[in-house]
Design a protein. Structure first.
Length: 153
């Protein structure tokens, strides 16, 4: 939406001038506004003071912020209801985060926060290096030298 050329204080000054007894047409021409604009301003700010107009603006900003918060929370709630099962393993959480990202188009940070998955473990997939024969050799040494223990092996 396009921002108004006039501040709320200027709008109220124009309306006060019209209320003081000047004809509406003179006020429109002097300030370069249309009759529609004048009547729209009159409907919104008629009978207000400058402090009341500031308060109205603050309340409108707060209202829009609260509406955004409610929309975000309802989206989070719906997304979590969609994930019904209990996620215990990191693989399940990783899959749930990817599901939320594709279905609900949530950012990775927000999806990880909803699921309870650290972002670092979401990005990295640990792969165990394959070393053929290592497991058998460790088991054999453990049977030979029982006192070595896990750390020494």
């Amino acid at each position: 939406m396009r921002k108004s050329r006039c501040a709320n204080e200027q709008v109220i000054a124009v309306l006060k001038e019209a209320e003081a007894g000047a004809s509406s047409a003179d006020v429109w021409r002097r300030h370069g506004i249309s009759d529609q604009t004048f009547y729209r301003w009159k409907a919104k700010f008629g009978g207000m003071d400058v402090s009341e107009a500031r308060r109205l603006k603050d309340l409108e900003e707060e209202n829009s912020r609260l509406k955004r918060m409610v929309a975000d929370l309802s989206l989070d709630n719906q997304a979590l209801k969609d994930l019904v099962k209990k996620m215990v393993s990191p693989e399940e959480r990783r899959a749930a985060v990817e599901y939320l990202r594709t279905e609900y188009r949530l950012p990775q940070r927000r999806a990880c926060a909803l699921v309870g998955q650290p972002r670092s473990s979401q990005r990295s997939c640990h792969r165990r290096a394959e070393m053929p024969g290592l497991r058998e050799r460790l088991v054999g040494v453990a049977h030979e030298r029982r006192r070595f223990g896990y750390p020494r092996l």
